[in-house]
Ligand binder design. Structure first.
Ligand code: GLV
Ligand code: MN
Ligand code: MN
Length: 425
């Protein structure tokens, strides 16, 4: 590094510039949310809005002097050369695709925070020993193509490129076709040919813990397990008034039994700290006086403990058979996403904790409730995460998602210190 330690120790990001970038990106795909009366963000992966968001950020990356390249899964890597550019880069990043009802922070803080680190180093004429790369991973949310962390999982080799490309949205459009249509297929191969030296991601917590404990920084020890299921329940349509109960095969009743069983599994505590969400539910023919013949249901399961997750999946599958017998329907299910719990190396947790302490922030160790690209890149190199608190119980995946300008800057200052240390090694 061409500067002394005292200089970098006092280095801080430009909080206003970071906030302005978050706000400007937050206008891409913005919509007025009738539920909350707030302005939300809708940038589903590989839609016009997501691509407009990418163009905005990649433009900023070019302005910051970064060399931008794409891989075969549309993941973006923006590189700032190191003094020894042959060394493996320190990578920071996240995603800018969003769920359909998002706020401005989920993922964007990690990407724009990475950019803000580069801008800050540029401002001070600092060259790090190792290169630094800022990554934007494709379809982290899984909100369009049905599996989360799709881009980073492909970059890390967990999902094969052909499988990723074949993933379809609700209209049957594939991830691959959209990558081609938007010219987002890069020349860099997946999995990543050169593993980063280390990977760091700053993210809004998306939960209530940091706010409740008045912690300014979360030192993330890992990410809990995630399983996504899609159920198709098939019964028989019939007249609501003329069909005796004994002759019904009611797909909606089966769906309700599954939903209640999930709640019992969660509230009993029999499966550890299990969480279950039925977030999508489509019923057919969806008319008041017809017994439903078809239901499509998604189940999102989370658990800190992988063996409890496996037990829950097995017991749930057995319960589907019971419901089939009881209601006279068929239930088919497929697993659309599955990731085990990830624990970040102690060395990365220690680094984040040290940087937070050096900056005088109240910090605590926390496990992520949400899935993150860091959980995938952890398969390639030491990975870690910095969390910042959100307000309103940390609500997220909703326009109410909010983190203060100060909280965002705190997180990115921790990220900056950690990146400087890693990039100097
Ligand atoms: C990603 O946001 C997730 O669903 O955890
Ligand atoms: Mn995210
Ligand atoms: Mn998210």
């Amino acid at each position: 590094m061409n500067t002394n330690t005292a200089h970098t120790a006092t280095l801080r990001v430009d909080a206003d510039r970071l906030w302005n970038s978050l706000s400007e990106l937050g206008e891409v795909g913005a919509f007025e949310d009738a539920d909350t009366g707030l302005r939300g963000v809708r940038r589903l992966a590989l839609t016009d809005d997501d691509v407009a968001g990418r163009q905005l950020v990649v433009g900023w990356m070019h302005e910051a002097g970064l060399a931008v390249r794409l891989d075969e899964a549309g993941n973006v890597y923006a590189r700032r050369a190191g003094a020894d550019d042959s060394l493996a880069p320190v990578m920071v990043g996240s995603h800018i695709d969003s769920v359909a009802t998002a706020g401005r922070f989920d993922g964007c803080l990690g990407v724009l925070g990475g950019l803000e680190i580069v801008r800050t180093l540029n401002d001070h004429g600092i060259t790090t020993q190792r290169p630094i790369e800022v990554a934007i991973f494709s379809e982290e949310e899984g909100a369009r193509f049905g599996t989360d962390m799709l881009g980073s999982a492909t970059a890390a080799g967990r999902i094969e490129l052909a499988d990723a490309r074949a993933r379809t949205d609700r209209d049957g459009v594939t991830f691959g076709a959209e990558l081609d249509r938007y010219d987002l297929v890069g020349t860099q191969r997946v999995p990543m040919p050169v593993a980063p030296y280390a990977y760091l991601e700053c993210h809004i917590e998306q939960g209530p813990i940091l706010e409740a404990n008045q912690s300014e920084i979360g030192v993330v020890q890992g990410v809990q397990a995630i399983t996504w299921l899609e159920l198709e329940i098939v019964g028989r349509a019939a007249h609501a008034g003329a069909t005796p109960n004994a002759l019904r095969h009611d797909a909606e009743l089966a769906a309700a039994l599954v939903r209640v069983r999930l709640d019992e599994m969660v509230t009993s505590g029999d499966y550890g700290a299990m969480l279950a969400t039925v977030g999508r539910h489509e019923t057919h023919p969806n008319l008041i006086n017809i017994v439903p013949s078809h239901v499509l249901l998604t189940v999102d399961l989370r658990n800190h403990d992988d063996s409890e997750m496996t037990r829950a999946e097995t017991d749930l599958t057995n319960f589907f058979h019971e419901v089939e017998q009881q209601v006279g329907v068929t239930i088919t299910h497929r697993t659309t996403a599955k990731t085990p719990p990830v624990r970040f190396p102690d060395s990365m947790q220690d680094l984040v904790a040290k940087c937070a302490a050096n900056l005088g922030f109240r910090h605590e160790v926390i496990t992520s409730g949400a899935g993150h690209d860091a959980g995938e890149i952890a398969a390639l190199c030491p990975a870690g995460m910095v969390f910042v608190p959100g307000l309103y119980d940390g609500i997220s995946h909703n326009p109410r998602e909010y983190s203060t300008p100060e909280a965002c800057a705190n997180g990115i200052n921790v990220l900056l210190s950690a990146v400087i240390e890693l990039a100097g090694e």
